[in-house]
Design a protein around this ligand. Structure first.
Ligand code: GTP
Ligand code: MG
Length: 440
């Protein structure tokens, strides 16, 4: 009997979940050398990913190559060494740091006789395990299916071999076509459902237009959620693992009238974040794209903070094409020699903050700095509004942008504090206004 195709996809993911003994393979290609990427940093991170997914690393193989071998990515000699390591350490999974083509994956699996996955699949697996909200689950499933679609042939042969059947012979072309169509349909449905969630969200945030939006961004495990919890009562899940957070949590922060904004904590980024994921998590990352200010949190104690910053910036460019005002925050300062670190980074990032998110002072410092950065761009304006049009300013009263109002007959002169571009938008929205603007 034919197995339902989504079930099959799940089956594959469960099967490959690296709960068990894993050999890592990292091939360093020239672009990685040019980027000054230490080989250690790569497999160290891959190891962390495997452990986050519940696996145990039994051996590591690294190699420098000019270019991958078409059939098996690594050359004959390395493949033999890998075979030996797999056998010696009784591993049942091989994880490549590099992206494998469907054919390379298939060829490696048939030579090694264990499951072979690449970094993308591993990250997808972690996302699948950590997805808690229905939106995150839908987004992960979408990314998984999009990844799977071009690899269906491999999946089929893989399952048939698992079933102890007919060697690696694939299914008939018709079955493959049916599956492709089913997956295609499921992808369309998931996209539609996600679009629905997105519409609901847009309705929810409609009233917030005039309040500032600030988003925490940064490499995974940098301490974003810890800062979020320090500033708000959001109670976001904090763990020493990669991708603890997979959705977006937004809270209103209102410490005093100068510090009102919405703060969002969301997914962390990683070096070479799979493109499918960025695409599928479009709705979650929307908060980042629409923020007025980004708070870029960096783990000061990581092996190579500069490199993590660069990776985050690369993903940001994909998520939010136009450059945004950004506040750099070096976190976990308790784990480094403070003076040395500051000397190195303060010159490069003169407006950066150096904090320890675990302490109340860390969160407080950040809160103050966000307030300063947000209000730095504001100006003071006066407008005359006919009484019956005053309701147009409703949300400005709520957010504290209105500093003063003075009635003369039916006209109200309102003093507001806001950013120039926001003021422009206001003028487009509110009828019959006489204006005078001045700097604070
Ligand atoms: N030593 C130290 N550890 C910290 C600090 N801030 C956060 N941590 C720890 O770092 C780990 C990751 O913190 P999170 O707040 O979950 O990091 P995140 O950036 O939200 O990570 P993801 O959601 O997984 O992307 C946790 O174990 C925190 O307790 C700090 O200032 N110093
Ligand atoms: Mg988090």
């Amino acid at each position: 009997m034919m197995m339902d195709v989504t079930q099959k996809a799940k089956h594959r993911w469960q099967q490959q979940a690296p709960r068990e003994r894993t050999v890592l393979v990292g091939v360093h290609l020239p672009e990685a050398w040019a980027g000054g990427l230490g080989g250690e940093a790569d497999t160290a991170e891959l190891r962390q990913l495997v452990e986050t997914a519940g696996g145990e690393v039994t051996a590591v193989i690294e190699q420098r190559r000019q270019r991958p071998v078409a059939r098996t990515f690594i050359g004959k000699g390395k493949l033999a060494e890998l075979q030996e390591k797999v056998a010696d350490s009784e591993a049942n999974l091989v994880v490549f740091d590099n992206e494998l083509t469907p054919a390379q994956g298939r060829n490696l699996e048939s030579s090694l006789e264990v499951n072979v996955i690449d970094r993308t699949e591993l990250i997808l697996d972690i996302f699948a395990r950590h997805a808690r909200t229905s939106q995150a689950r839908l987004q992960v499933e979408l990314a998984q299916l999009q990844y799977l679609l071009p690899r269906l042939t491999r999946l089929w042969s893989h399952l048939e071999r698992q079933a102890g059947g007919i060697g690696t012979r694939g299914p008939g072309e018709t079955q493959l076509e049916t599956d492709r169509r089913l997956i295609g349909r499921r992808i369309t449905r998931l996209k539609r459902e996600l679009a629905g969630i997105e519409t609901d969200r847009r309705v929810q945030i409609k009233g917030r237009e005039s309040i500032y939006r600030v988003a925490l961004v940064g490499y995974t495990n940098a301490g974003k959620s810890t800062l979020m919890n320090g500033i708000t009562d959001a109670g976001v899940y904090v763990r020493d693992q990669l991708f603890a957070t997979l959705d977006a949590t937004t809270r209103r922060v209102e410490s005093d009238e100068r510090h009102r904004f919405l703060l969002t904590d969301t997914i962390g980024f990683i070096r070479r974040l799979p493109h499918h994921l960025v695409e599928s998590f479009h709705a979650t990352l929307r908060e980042v794209a629409e923020a007025d200010l980004l708070v870029h949190v960096v783990d000061a104690g990581s092996v190579d903070p500069e490199h993590q910053i660069a990776s985050v910036n690369r993903v940001l460019a994909e998520v939010a094409p136009e450059e945004k005002p950004t506040l750099m925050v070096f976190n976990k300062m308790d784990t480094v020699a403070d003076e040395l670190f500051r000397n190195r980074y303060a010159r490069h990032y003169p407006e950066a903050l150096f904090v320890c998110a675990r302490t109340p002072e860390g969160a407080e410092q950040l809160l103050q700095m966000i307030g300063t950065r947000l209000s730095a761009a504001e100006r003071i304006y006066k407008l005359k509004v006919p009484g019956q049009a005053l309701y147009h300013l409703g949300s400005l009263f709520r957010t504290g942008a209105v500093l003063d109002q003075l009635w003369t007959g039916d006209l109200c002169t309102v003093t507001v504090r806001m950013r120039p571009q926001e003021f422009e938008r206001l003028l487009g929205r509110v009828p019959a206004i006489a204006v005078s603007g001045d700097d604070p």
